[in-house]
Write a protein that binds this ligand. Sequence first.
Ligand SMILES: C[S@@+](CC[C@H](N)C(=O)[O-])C[C@H]1O[C@@H](n2cnc3c(N)ncnc32)[C@H](O)[C@@H]1O
Length: 196
Amino acid sequence: MAYSDTLLSEHDIERLFRKVNEQGRRYATVPLHAPGETQNGSTGLEWKGMRPPKGRHWRSSPEVLEELDKQGLIEWSATGVSRKKIFADEKVGKKAQDIWEFKDPQYPSYPTEKNLDLLKFMIRASSSEGDIVLDCFSGSGTTIVAAQECGRKWIGIDCSEQAIEVAQKRLSQIQGDLFSGPVEYTLIEQLDLADS
Ligand SMILES: C[S@@+](CC[C@H](N)C(=O)[O-])C[C@H]1O[C@@H](n2cnc3c(N)ncnc32)[C@H](O)[C@@H]1O
């Protein structure tokens, strides 16, 4: 599930997480099962004497559900319906919507340059800090700049010298990390295979 960087407002938190636990933490609950029957896997098995409802499967294996229950992360209704607790303070941002609105850069440094925030949004939604992002058509380097600024490692490849120059210029204009100077990277130039 992708989340944007837009932090939830107080209003969003109160609207989406209506319940408050004994420690004062806001939470909501979600079903423990999802559409689709498991044919052979553990998510179709019995848990606490119950099978998932018809046409559905447990979101986690019975062992994981048991562990979540032990940790108090499952809420039981008076009629024995169980749901998973989701805490507001563990959500970093709003759930991403289906339509993303990002404008192309107004003054691009390269004809096909993409919106930096769009690339950061995609990288944060699909990877974790320290992961490696590969852009094998890196152009002006928007993806690698975004990866760098999101705390990812990166590899950029392009056959155009002009693109590499633009990407290097952009990398020289951003900070490496809080304590270091410029971004450090290794430039590997491909040998012309015709010469070897
Ligand atoms: C649309 S741009 C890439 C934009 C980039 N991904 C970004 O984040 O902004 C496409 C790039 O692919 C490069 N390219 C096209 N064919 C290639 C190839 N066979 N090998 C390497 N780069 C290639 C072009 O030089 C161009 O810079």
